[in-house]
Ligand binder design. Structure first.
Ligand SMILES: [Fe+2]
Length: 233
């Protein structure tokens, strides 16, 4: 059984050859076909933008989206496809912000950002402030995966209180990244700090894991805290 809240996904890597997600269009179609079979109705896919690795922008993302949309339609897969980006909060991202480069948004206002897995940006408060001043609503991707924050739960609360939206990975809730990440993901839900659940699907192994997802009472109760915005997408 799936939750209606999860029909709309806002975090994945399904556009071919743009990042470490789908490699070819056949990969993309296979992943999307399976996500559709799992019940998803809308996917807002989010290629990485990372300094030195993936300089994606509207110029790489939207043409790829058009090609994939046409292929999805041709295959008759009943799913809506859109795209934004997942920005690493690094020096390149700060350049984009300083230059006032329009960022790729989810639903016209949300900007999906991630921290490095080694340490959070020392100036994350300033960057979030600048993002908000520029009219964006920042969403921090998978806060539960930043192990250095596990012992600083107050940072999660601080982010929440300053209006940063938090997006937990469905894969985390299922234990894909280990029990510590799973525990923090659950704790974030229990404390009512989570605004979005994302799949963060990159490849088949992720689909295989998500396929085993079953809604249970305690999860349903956590999803019902009233904060989750997936269905508004
Ligand atoms: Fe991601």
């Amino acid at each position: 059984m799936r939750s209606d809240l999860l029909l709309h996904d806002m975090h994945s890597h399904l556009l071919p050859a743009l990042d470490d997600g789908a490699k070819h269009i056949e990969d993309s179609l296979s992943l999307i076909r399976q996500l559709s079979a799992l019940g998803y109705k809308k996917l807002i896919t989010t290629p990485h933008v990372i300094s030195g690795l993936y300089y994606n922008s509207a110029d790489t993302i939207f043409p790829a989206l058009e090609v994939l949309r046409a292929a999805v339609e041709k295959e008759g897969i009943p799913i809506e496809l859109d795209a934004a980006a997942e920005y690493m909060m690094d020096d390149y991202f700060e350049t984009l912000l300083a230059d006032k480069t329009p960022l790729l948004t989810i639903n016209g206002k949300y900007v999906l950002v991630e921290f490095s897995y080694v340490a959070h940006p020392p100036n994350y408060r300033t960057i979030f402030f600048d993002l908000k001043m520029a009219g964006y609503e920042p969403i921090l991707a998978h806060p539960e995966r930043y192990m250095y924050l596990h012992q600083q739960f107050e940072v999660y609360r601080e982010l929440f209180e300053t209006g940063i939206l938090l997006q937990v990975n469905l894969l985390s809730l299922m234990g894909y990244y280990g029990s510590r990440v799973q525990k923090v993901a659950m704790q974030l839900l229990e404390e009512g700090l989570v605004h979005f659940i994302g799949s963060d699907v990159h490849h088949q192994k992720h689909i295989d894991t998500i396929s085993g997802f079953e809604m249970n009472r305690s999860l349903e109760k956590l999803f019902d805290k009233g904060l989750l915005r997936n269905e508004q997408l």
